[in-house]
Design a protein around this ligand. Structure first.
Ligand code: URA
Length: 441
């Protein structure tokens, strides 16, 4: 294969063979193909699109670029859950302990926050002492013992994705369904779980701004998972506003602990229970989604989920006392309330702007080398459809200084749209995709 011919073929809209894609990806991972040629190929593909067969070949080639976890020492059912990324999306912190409590073995390989989206590893590392780098042996032993592990992907798993994702990030080629699907599914397949549940977000705080795009991405991911022998399902969920009330790191852990204490009702809680229900049904841990959901709700009320979270923290070297005393988590010095500016209904939220606002306070990063501050963040208690009275406290900023708090407040207020008429709350779950029908170019 001549790499220039391959780039030209993609540029001119011709299909590229699976063999050529394998050579491209493996050559790039081995540093035999330079960034500028891969960048040209990615842009050609971004503009021209990829067929389903090309997407599958990209996925297989990325998978073949590194190791795959062998979960055969586990008795199962092994499950994995993946969110395509959002704002205030700390479902893993609640879903993983509940899934383990229902008898599933959950291996959650998570990432760090980037741009406007948060990352589970950053949130967990706000717990004093918590380790997120586990060796494969530690990971398998921990899941065998307590049913769950939440940790970083080891460097030998899908190295092609790490290199390509970094390149896509700086060449404006992230937002392509085939590239996103092959990136996500190569990592999920390498993670080895028998059942894979994808939480594909749609809305102003997601990669996919519309439910149609989210559905298209979900279909490709489900087809890739199923055709490679994994039980795979996707739920399309709302990200037209932050999912939980809080956005940041320690502040999201605090909210997750409150949820696991069993005395909260919110869209966030409802989605966590639904996700556990789907995982249970998909993996055979429950007869159907509803039964799984009821058992998860019981594990929340009984405190069993919280106990499982405590064991997770203990197993990964964290201070388990945070579960009973959240004041042990890092806390910013300035706590600044945000007040509603008018009597009105909350109609729209620019969720990406809220994520960027939290990032500007220090809770996020623009490049993976930036250092985050686990103590800062924000809370927005109002949801779309809520009626607020002028002066009512609707949120809080946790900041390092009064000045940063004011900038954070402006970011939140600027992200909200109001109506003087009642507004309907958006659905929480738009769709469930578990057929493998694919519509790609
Ligand atoms: N998440 C991923 O893992 N990959 C992408 O390309 C986009 C989101």
């Amino acid at each position: 294969m001549h790499i220039v011919d391959l780039i030209a073929a993609k540029r001119d809209g011709h299909a590229v063979s699976a063999d050529d894609l394998h050579q491209l990806i493996l050559g790039y991972t081995a540093n035999d193909i330079p960034d500028y040629q891969m960048a040209a190929f990615l842009m050609a593909g971004y503009l021209r699109g990829f067929t389903y067969d090309e997407t599958a070949a990209l996925t297989d080639a990325m998978l073949a670029s590194g190791d795959q976890l062998d979960l055969s020492p586990l008795s199962g059912p092994t499950v994995d859950k993946h969110s395509t990324g959002g704002v205030g999306d700390s479902t893993t912190l609640v879903v993983a302990p509940l899934a383990a409590e229902l008898g599933m073995q959950i291996i959650k390989l998570s990432g760090r926050g980037l741009g406007f989206t948060g990352g589970t590893l950053d949130k967990l590392e706000s717990i004093p002492g918590m380790r997120t780098q586990l060796t494969t042996n530690e990971l398998i032993a921990q899941v065998g013992r307590i049913g769950l592990a939440v940790c970083a992907q080891t460097s030998d798993l899908v190295p092609a994705d790490r290199a390509m994702y970094a390149l896509r990030d700086v060449t404006a080629t992230v937002g392509n369904i085939a590239l996103i699907a092959s990136s996500i599914m190569s990592k999920k397949l390498a993670g080895g779980a028998q059942s894979i549940l994808l939480d594909v977000k749609a809305g102003s705080g997601a990669f996919m701004k519309t439910t149609d795009d989210a559905r298209a991405l979900a279909r490709v991911c489900v087809a890739l998972g199923k055709s490679r022998g994994r039980a795979t399902r996707a739920v399309i969920t709302d990200m037209s506003q932050p999912l939980a009330d809080t956005v940041g790191n320690a502040i999201e852990v605090r909210e997750a602990i409150e949820v696991l204490r069993g005395n909260r009702q919110s869209r966030f809680v409802d989605l966590c229970l639904a996700l556990v229900g789907h995982l249970a049904a998909l993996s055979g841990a429950a007869a159907d989604v509803e039964t799984g959901q009821e058992r998860a709700a019981h594990a929340l009320r009984s405190g069993a989920g919280l106990d499982r979270f405590r064991r997770l923290i203990e197993a990964q070297g964290g201070d388990p006392r945070v579960v009973d005393d959240t004041s042990l988590l890092p806390m910013a010095p300035i706590v600044h309330d945000i007040h509603a500016q008018q009597d009105a209904w909350l109609a729209t939220v620019d969720t990406e702007a809220i994520g960027r606002g939290s990032g500007a306070l220090g809770a996020g990063r623009e490049t993976l080398d930036d250092v985050i501050d686990p103590a800062v963040g924000l809370a927005l208690h109002a949801k779309i459809g809520d009626r607020l009275r002028r002066g009512e406290v609707m949120g809080t900023i946790l900041a390092r200084s009064e000045e940063e708090a004011r900038v954070g407040e402006d970011a939140v207020l600027g992200a909200l749209g109001w109506s003087d008429r009642p507004v309907d709350a958006p659905p929480l779950i738009y769709d469930v995709v578990d057929d493998a029908e694919v519509r790609l170019a």
